[in-house]
Write a protein that binds this ligand. Structure first.
Ligand SMILES: Cc1cc2nc3c(=O)[nH]c(=O)nc-3n(C[C@H](O)[C@H](O)[C@H](O)COP(=O)(O)OP(=O)(O)OC[C@H]3O[C@@H](n4cnc5c(N)ncnc54)[C@H](O)[C@@H]3O)c2cc1C
Length: 407
C-alpha cells in the first residue's frame, strides 16, 4: 500500500463547529486545505445551538449566512429572565444598532454539516476532507518552529496519508491531539460541581415567535427554556451530580414535577432526556506554537450555560484570518509563525480576561443555593433600571462590547 503525500497550505484537524466553519471560511481565499475528521457520525445535536449577532456578521462576511438559513436556521431576537412569574430582565437584540440584530438558532450537528457541505461542493476550492480518520500521529519540528511538520493518518477505507502542511489549525476539541503533540500545557483547569442536563420537548401550545431564551430563576434552582428549530424546545439546567441517576430513571410525570419545582410555567411540558454534560474549564497556556494554532475548545472550554463556546471559537477564527499571510507566502514558515505569534499576542490576552469572567459566572451557575437569587436578581434589576448599563449589557451579549472586541 502506498502512502499518499499531501502538502496543503493549511491542515485543519477536526471538523466540528470551529473546524467546519473555518474550512468553509477559507474558501475563495486561495489557500489549499486538507481537513481531517475522526468521526463520521453527526455531532451531538443537544450541544450549543445559537450564534450571536457578532458571529452572524462574520458568517455573512464569509458568505455562509444564507447557507445556515437554507439549512433551517431561525432568528432569535433576545432573552428574558423570569422570577416568581415576573419578567425581571429582558435582553432584546432587535433594536440594537448592529448589522444583524439577532442570534441564529440551528441544531448543533447542522451548524457543522452546513459549512462542511459548502466546502465539499465548491468546485473552485482546493479542499480535501479525510473522514473518518483519526488525526493523532503528528510530527513536530524546527522547520515548523515547533509546530506540526507532518501528520500520518489512515482513512477507514485503508488509505494511508502523510500530510505536510505549511500551517496547521487544531480544531479537535477539548481532548485535542494537536495540543498534546505541540506540547501546549493546560494553564487553567477547573471541574465544576454541577453537570448540565439537556431535555428536548415539543413546543405544543407554548409558542414564542421571537424564539427567545427564557431563564426561570427560583430558590429550587434555575432552568432555561430554549427554542430549537422545527417547533421544539430545549431545556437546560444545572443539576447535582448525585441526581443524574434520578433524572435518567424519571418518567414523564416525574420530569414534569422536577421542572415545575424550578418553573411552574413548565409543569405541563413533555420532555425527553437529551444528555448530561460534565462541565470543565481547560485553557491552554498558549494558542500558537510556530506554524500551528489552536482554535475553539482545543484551547479553551466555556461553561455551556454561558452559550459562548462556539461563538468564541468563530470570533477567534475571524481574527485569525486577518493575520494569515497571502497564499503565495505560506511556504515561508518564518512569516507564518510570526503572523500567528502576532495573532496570539493581539487576541489571547483579551480572550483570557473574557474567559476569567466566564469562569466567575460559571462558578455562580454552579451554586445551587437560594443565595444565588439574592445576588443575581438585584443585580439584574439594577441593570434594567439604568438605560446605559442595560444597553451596554445587550451590546455585550451581542458580542460588540466585550473584551474580545477591544482593539
Ligand atoms: C450542553 C451544551 C450547550 C452548549 N451551548 C452552547 C451555545 O448555546 N452557544 C455556544 O456558543 N456554545 C455552546 N456550547 C459549547 C459548544 O458546544 C462548544 O464550545 C463547541 O462545540 C466547540 O467547538 P469546537 O469545534 O472547538 O469543538 P467540537 O465541536 O468538539 O469539535 C471537535 C471536532 O474534532 C474532532 N476530533 C477530535 N479528535 C480528533 C482527532 N484525533 N482526529 C480528527 N478529528 C478529531 C471531533 O470528532 C469533532 O468533530 C455548549 C456546550 C454544551 C455541552
Amino acid at each position: 500500500m502506498t502512502t499518499k503525500v499531501l502538502t496543503p497550505d493549511i491542515l485543519i484537524a477536526g471538523a466540528g463547529i470551529a473546524g467546519a466553519a473555518i474550512g468553509a471560511g477559507l474558501r475563495n481565499r486561495g489557500y489549499s486545505v486538507v481537513q481531517v475528521e475522526a468521526s463520521n457520525q453527526p455531532l451531538d445535536t443537544a450541544r450549543g445551538d445559537h450564534l450571536g449577532p457578532r458571529v452572524v456578521e462574520t458568517l455573512a462576511s464569509w458568505n455562509l449566512l444564507d447557507v445556515f438559513f437554507a439549512a433551517g436556521a431561525e432568528k432569535r431576537l433576545g432573552a428574558k429572565w423570569v422570577a416568581d412569574g415576573e419578567v425581571i430582565f429582558t435582553s432584546r437584540m432587535d433594536d440594537l444598532p448592529v448589522p444583524h440584530p439577532y442570534y441564529i438558532v440551528l441544531n448543533h450537528n447542522l451548524i457543522a454539516t452546513a459549512p462542511l457541505d459548502v466546502s465539499l461542493n465548491d468546485p473552485n476550492y482546493d479542499y480535501t476532507l479525510l473522514r473518518p480518520a483519526n488525526a493523532k500521529n503528528y510530527e513536530t519540528g524546527d522547520e515548523a518552529h515547533g509546530g506540526v511538520t507532518a501528520l500520518h493518518v489512515a482513512t477507514a477505507d485503508g488509505q494511508d496519508f502523510t500530510i505536510k502542511p505549511r500551517m496547521a489549525i487544531g480544531c479537535d476539541g477539548r481532548t485535542s491531539r494537536v495540543r498534546t503533540a505541540c506540547n501546549f500545557k493546560i494553564a487553567k483547569a477547573y471541574d465544576y460541581e454541577r453537570p448540565f442536563a439537556v431535555l428536548f420537548g415539543p413546543r405544543g401550545e407554548l409558542q414564542d415567535p421571537r424564539n427567545e431564551i427564557t431563564s426561570y430563576m427560583s430558590r429550587n434552582g434555575g432552568v432555561s427554556r430554549i427554542p430549537r428549530i422545527q417547533g421544539q424546545w430545549k431545556i437546560g439546567l444545572a443539576i447535582d451530580k448525585a441526581d443524574i441517576g434520578h433524572w435518567k430513571a424519571a418518567d414523564q410525570a416525574e420530569r414534569q414535577r422536577l421542572l415545575a419545582e424550578r418553573a411552574p410555567e413548565l409543569a405541563s411540558m413533555e420532555t425527553e432526556v437529551a444528555g448530561f454534560y460534565p462541565v470543565i474549564r481547560r485553557e491552554a497556556d498558549h494558542w500558537v506554537r510556530g506554524t500551528t494554532v489552536l482554535i475553539g475548545d482545543a484551547c479553551h472550554t466555556v461553561h455551556p450555560a454561558r452559550g459562548q463556546g462556539m461563538n468564541f471559537g468563530l470570533r477567534s477564527a475571524a481574527r485569525l484570518f486577518t493575520f494569515l499571510p497571502e497564499p503565495s507566502e505560506m511556504a515561508n514558515a518564518e512569516l507564518v509563525s510570526t503572523r500567528l505569534a502576532e495573532y496570539e499576542a493581539a487576541v489571547k490576552p483579551l480572550a483570557d480576561q473574557q474567559l476569567d469572567f466566564n469562569h466567575e459566572r460559571g462558578l455562580i451557575m454552579d451554586c445551587a443555593g437560594p443565595e444565588r437569587m439574592d445576588t443575581e436578581i438585584p443585580e439584574m434589576r439594577a441593570i434594567a433600571a439604568d438605560p446605559d448599563a442595560h444597553y451596554r449589557y445587550r451590546m455585550t451579549m451581542a458580542g460588540y462590547a466585550d473584551q474580545l472586541e477591544a482593539p
